[in-house]
Unconditional design. Structure first.
Length: 396
């Protein structure tokens, strides 16, 4: 059973999706709350504006500057959590913050030092690593120089600016990594779905091609026998019914992923199919399959089915040799299947879907496929390891 690749993307409605645009009002409010909680550092500037220490003009200018600073900061940081601005816009908005923070601090007093914390956070959250490594210490240096104007001790705030800035660099890296992992997971799910579709296509081609070819042949035989030999025609019809039922079972098993054809059954089926098509069949097989991996046997069984189907449907052959034998090669003991006929060798100039699927299936089992025209017909040779790789290694 294949899992829905989108299942992993379903998150609870109460969870904040890192690095993604809010999908609904609840997620929007959650992200605003997460960002807004850090506005606690604005308490000192607001208290300074309402303390009565400044003139009316200074209060108005300070309030407008503070509003512009906060709006720019929130727009920059909140947007960066979803679809970020272009680099040019990010640099421009950081420039606005970099102007207002020292200007307000220098003009209105040390209570405005907290603005440098927001500037550091914005640099760490939005700039690339190299830019952030320079911008955060630079913010701390500017804050220190402006602090000299008021003869205030800025050691604690200076450390906070540096630490929280680099902490945001880590958060930014986490967001980027999360986004990349999410994309990678979606890619893996897509590849798995494609591989499953390819497997199903190969299985259905091999199953239906063989069965439908046999049904067609037996139907033609029944049609020719019907006027003069009704008993033999009835036998052919019974065979058609049996093949159809077996094909239905095979398709169901292939769809559920449990289909494992056996060589012995396929050899018997090949004899029947070739004889029904009027092809003289010569089957030479060594039935000892002890130690042959199940996957390798299944791949060879598919190869035999595809080869016999091609002989029956395309070759127009009169004779067909099917040989199964053990071979000792440089790659170790191999189980070799050879199917050779004296027909025309098929209708196409290149390999069809069946041979392409067989090649992929055999390579996956550690084997190989050789197929092509010979002097008087067509030959297919498929090889798979006769023992598991672990057994080969232990034997060495």
């Amino acid at each position: 059973m294949t899992e829905d690749p989108r299942a992993g993307e379903r998150l609870p409605e109460t969870r904040v999706r890192i690095g993604q645009v809010p999908r609904n009002r609840r997620e929007l409010m959650a992200k605003l709350l997460w960002i807004g909680v850090w506005l606690i550092f604005l308490g000192s500037p607001i208290h300074d504006l309402t303390s009565g220490r400044h003139t009316t003009g200074a209060v108005v200018a300070g309030a407008l500057g503070l509003i512009a600073f906060v709006v720019t900061y929130l727009s920059l940081v909140f947007r960066n959590m979803g679809r970020p601005f272009t680099p040019g816009i990010v640099v421009s908005m950081l420039g606005v913050l970099a102007v207002f923070a020292p200007l307000l601090n220098y003009s209105l007093g040390p209570a405005w030092q907290g603005l440098f914390v927001y500037l550091s956070v914005a640099c760490g959250a939005t700039l690339p690593l190299r830019g952030a490594y320079w911008a955060i210490p630079g913010t701390a240096v500017v804050m220190y120089l402006v602090g000299l104007r008021w003869h205030e001790k800025v050691d604690d705030t200076l450390l906070l600016v540096v630490l929280i800035g680099f902490a945001m660099v880590g958060v930014g890296q986490l967001v980027r990594t999360t986004v990349e992992l999410r994309r990678a997971r979606a890619t893996v799910a897509q590849l798995a779905a494609n591989e499953e579709r390819l497997r199903l296509a190969r299985d259905l081609h091999d199953l239906l091609g063989h069965s439908l070819s046999l049904i067609t042949l037996k139907s033609e035989l029944a049609g020719r026998m019907l006027p003069d030999q009704p008993d033999r025609a009835a036998q052919q019809v019974a065979d058609i019914e049996q093949v159809s039922r077996q094909a239905l079972v095979d398709v169901r098993e292939a769809v559920t992923g449990y289909r494992r054809p056996r060589l012995a059954a396929e050899l018997a089926g090949a004899q029947v199919a070739l004889t029904a098509a009027g092809v003289t069949a010569e089957v030479s097989a060594e039935p000892d399959l002890t130690g042959v991996p199940e996957e390798a046997e299944a791949a060879l069984a598919w190869a035999l089915r595809e080869a016999v189907t091609n002989v029956v449907r395309h070759s127009g052959a009169e004779k067909c040799l099917v040989q199964l034998a053990h071979r000792q090669t440089l790659d170790g003991p191999m189980l070799e299947l050879r199917v050779e006929d004296n027909g025309a060798g098929g209708s196409g100039s290149g390999p069809g879907n069946g041979l392409t699927g067989l090649t992929e299936r055999l390579e996956k089992a550690g084997g190989c496929l050789e197929a092509g025209r010979i002097k008087h017909g067509f030959r297919l040779v498929a090889r798979v390891p006769a023992t598991s790789r672990g057994d080969v290694g232990s034997g060495a």
